[in-house]
Ligand binder design. Structure first.
Ligand code: 4AD
Ligand code: MG
Length: 429
């Protein structure tokens, strides 16, 4: 009978066959202990020379790490085993005997590991991080379905920029110039006027020249957009969504969090409401701590980390100066120097995980903004038209998946939170 390790308990006392790889091994005299992994978990296989015979025993002892195998054996309960079970091996069929696997249990440098990312993802920590990523993705679809959102897929190849022109990823579209999408937002605004509540989940691209632990060139964003929804209501949804994914990780990724040694206490704290402070207050708090920053300047990573450290939960910084934010953000009524926007800053120094705002819904004001920002009216004609035909107050936001995975899994650098990271100097593997 074929079985997988994560559900092996149901076969206790029976003989099963596992398609698996050899993660590690040790032997003492007539017994070999094989650490087997099959992608769903780990189990120890106990091989006795008397049971499988001299030559098969020798082969099992000699095969290298990451050899691929069919292992047949009896499932036994074992309290000492992390999975709760052990396999008493009757037969080992070697599919490929691997020798000299590059990634050994000893320490390797980051560049070496990144060069071997195609193999590195098999190791337990990387596997755990990517499992947590999957839990967040599944919980995202559940949350938005339960809350009446329709999944909409915006294009990747675009003729315009959504988030400024400094980090646009340029390409050719036959004879035209085109850009890889920085954000699906503008298209989602069109979709929100057709479906009321929409969200997208897809790759976005930014030719970031910065080499930090928070920046990828290609990253995945979850972007909800809601019609008849103001800035404050959008914050309520952001809060509920972040609580939902945090709970999902705590409940569905217990083993992975343990593999990573993630401190759970800060995550168990994550309940609504989250603190909401205005940009003005953030600047005051920073100045009080001795930061050399004045009103009008954008917040950098050290600023975000300081603000985050003053709270136990994610914190919204709201009402940033219009001048440092995107062209589409609605100004605060009576206070047009600031925007109805917010960034959500994760705890523990993981930085901004969400950027969002209420959008300008007035035709004249938006047309004016295009002029100010010297954006080609032609490329954005369709976007402007949305303000001509049944325009309504609407808001939306974008959550960066990799930074969120980094935070929830307790992973220092975003390069480990995506299967094959695209970085400033890395397109391989
Ligand atoms: O704040 P950003 O630039 O917002 C937007 O793109 C809006 N159009 C979203 C919207 O309202 N629909 O990006 C949103 C989030 C950031 O908070 C951050 O988590 C992530 O995307 N992000 C990055 N993640 C990894 N690498 C990068 N280079 C990132 N740039 C942004
Ligand atoms: Mg932002």
């Amino acid at each position: 009978m074929r079985a997988t390790i994560n559900t092996i308990g149901q076969y206790e006392g029976q003989t099963v066959t596992l398609g698996c790889w050899l993660a590690n091994k040790r032997s003492s005299g007539k017994i070999a202990f094989l650490q087997l992994r099959d992608g769903t978990g780990y189990i120890q296989g106990v091989v006795a020379k008397d049971e499988i015979g001299e030559s098969d025993f020798q082969q099992a002892k000699d095969m290298g790490q990451e050899s691929s195998l069919y292992v047949t054996g009896e499932v036994r309960a074992d309290d000492r085993a992390p999975s709760g079970y052990e396999l008493t091996v009757h037969d080992v069929e070697i599919i490929q005997d691997t020798q000299d696997y590059p990634i050994t249990p000893k320490e390797h440098g980051t560049e070496f590991l990144m060069d071997h990312r195609h193999l590195w993802i098999r190791s337990s920590r990387q596997h755990a991080i990517l499992k947590i990523r999957d839990v967040i993705i599944q919980a995202t679809y559940r949350f938005f379905k339960e809350n009446g959102f329709t999944k909409i897929d915006p294009p990747i190849l675009t003729a315009n920029s959504a988030e400024g022109t400094t980090n646009l990823f340029h390409t050719k579209y036959f004879d035209e110039d085109a850009f890889l999408s920085q954000s699906g937002q503008l298209y989602l605004e069109a979709a929100a006027l057709a479906f009321k509540r929409v969200f997208s989940f897809g790759p976005t691209f930014r030719a970031e020249k910065s080499k930090t632990r928070r920046h990828l060139i290609e990253f995945w964003m979850i972007e909800p957009e809601m019609a008849f929804c103001d800035h404050e209501e959008s914050l309520d949804i952001q809060e509920a969504y972040v609580v939902a994914i945090t709970q999902a990780v705590l409940e569905e990724a217990k083993a992975e969090l343990q593999t990573l040694g993630r401190d759970l206490a800060p995550l168990e704290n994550i309940q609504a409401p989250f603190p909401r402070i205005r940009y003005d207050e953030a600047i005051e708090r920073l100045q009080k701590k001795g930061f050399d920053i004045s009103w009008g300047e954008d917040l950098g990573a050290p600023h975000e980390t300081e603000i985050a450290s003053q709270f136990e939960k994610p914190v919204f910084i709201t009402h940033y100066p219009q001048a440092i934010k995107a062209f589409y953000m609605k100004p605060e009524p009576g206070n047009p120097d600031v925007a109805l926007c917010a960034d959500l800053i994760a705890p523990e120094g993981y930085g901004e995980i969400i950027g969002g705002s209420e959008r300008i819904d007035d035709y004249e004001l938006l047309a004016e903004r295009f002029k100010e920002h010297q954006l080609s009216e032609e490329a954005y004609q369709w976007y402007l038209e949305l303000r001509q035909y049944g325009s309504v107050p609407h808001s939306g936001f974008g959550l960066g998946l990799e930074r969120t995975v980094a935070w929830l899994s307790g992973t220092e650098h975003v390069r480990e939170t995506i299967p094959f990271p695209r970085l400033l100097n890395r397109l391989y593997p």
